[in-house]
Write a protein that binds this ligand. Structure first.
Ligand SMILES: Cc1cc2nc3c(=O)[nH]c(=O)nc-3n(C[C@H](O)[C@H](O)[C@H](O)COP(=O)(O)O)c2cc1C
Length: 306
């Protein structure tokens, strides 16, 4: 890593602005030997729920044109097993660990946060709010600013450690600004976007969905132009830092998100094609900055010209 890439993200000192995205980097420790840790700014681990979850029926992944559609169904080992079995080993990487938290009721989020607050070794939280609120007829927390504010007003006070809370927004809304503002007004320290786009792959021969669960979430290069637009809109609507993601596969892709207004980026699907993607992309971004005579990655943030 270099001083060009050193990034301050709501008080976290990151070696680079390139972060591993949730669900594509396992619990972090499985990537040991595959990435160059000093070039990984932070890692967001797989989404954690209060109890272990088996996820959706197979098939759970379908390769789309320039992307993939997944319906993993948030399978995970549960927050307690993560704290006991994974978290201690992550310390040796020296990379800040961001715990991705989700639930289907406000109480689920609260319980996961309570468990994590008692655990050392977590640098920040990322709340995945792209989940249906099963107690409110399945409306997605991320789809309604009122519902989102209600969730955050009951979860953020539980964070007494001072760890920053990032709210990860869904792109499956007509306008991103109201939900971005709702997160900011509720006290979130940062927002990240985008999560996957709800989509459907069909087998024309069987006339059935390709995925066991029916619908899935589209990610990868196919979504990058839409993600860039939404990151740009969100960054103009709020003053808190925005973390941009969606289809980033190269250092120049990462630079585009910084120009659009992101203070840092996350890399997801690219890690499936090349497990070293996160550190490779950070190296490529560093080279890009050197070639463009830009002293610090932060100097690129929000510099889109008309
Ligand atoms: C297989 C898979 C699993 C994912 N699991 C999670 C998850 O547990 N929590 C979450 O917030 N996002 C999850 N995501 C969304 C990614 O973190 C990311 O927001 C999305 O894929 C867009 O970025 P990308 O195009 O770089 O992959 C998952 C994505 C994929 C492809």
């Amino acid at each position: 890593m270099t001083s060009r890439l050193a990034t301050d993200l709501c008080g976290l000192r990151l070696s680079t602005p390139v972060i591993a995205a949730s669900g594509t980097f396992a619990y972090g420790i499985e990537m040991d030997g595959l990435v160059e840790w000093p070039w990984v700014g932070a890692m967001v681990v797989k989404g954690l729920s209060r109890e272990p979850m088996d996820g959706n029926p197979p098939p759970r992944v379908w390769e789309a044109t320039s992307g993939m559609i997944n319906s993993i169904g948030l399978q995970n080992i549960g927050v307690r097993a993560f704290v006991a079995d994974k978290l201690p080993a992550l310390a040796k990487t020296k990379v800040p660990v961001i715990a991705n938290v989700f639930g289907y009721a406000i109480e689920d989020y609260q319980e996961v946060i309570r468990v994590l607050e008692d655990a050392g070794g977590v640098a920040a939280y990322e709340l995945n709010v792209s989940c249906p609120n099963t107690k409110h007829g399945g409306i997605f927390f991320s789809a309604d600013p009122v519902l989102l504010k209600d969730l955050l007003s009951k979860v953020l006070p539980l964070v007494r450690s001072g760890r920053p809370v990032i709210v990860k927004l869904s792109p499956n809304v007509a306008r991103i600004e109201p939900v971005a503002k709702a997160a900011e007004e509720s006290g979130a320290q940062a927002i990240s976007l985008v999560n996957t786009f709800v989509s459907l792959a069909i087998d024309a021969r069987t006339r059935r969905p390709r995925l066991g669960a029916g619908l899935g979430g589209l990610s990868g290069p196919a979504i990058k132009p839409i993600a860039l637009r939404m990151v740009h809109e969100a960054s103009r609507a709020v003053k808190i830092p925005v973390i941009g993601l969606g289809g980033i596969a190269t250092g120049e892709d990462a630079a585009e998100f910084l120009i659009a207004g992101a203070s840092a980026v996350e890399v997801g699907t690219a890690s499936f094609c090349d497990p070293s993607s996160v550190s490779r992309i950070a190296r490529e971004l560093d080279r890009f900055l050197a070639e463009e005579h830009i002293a610090r990655a932060a100097d690129l943030v929000g510099t889109l010209k008309k």
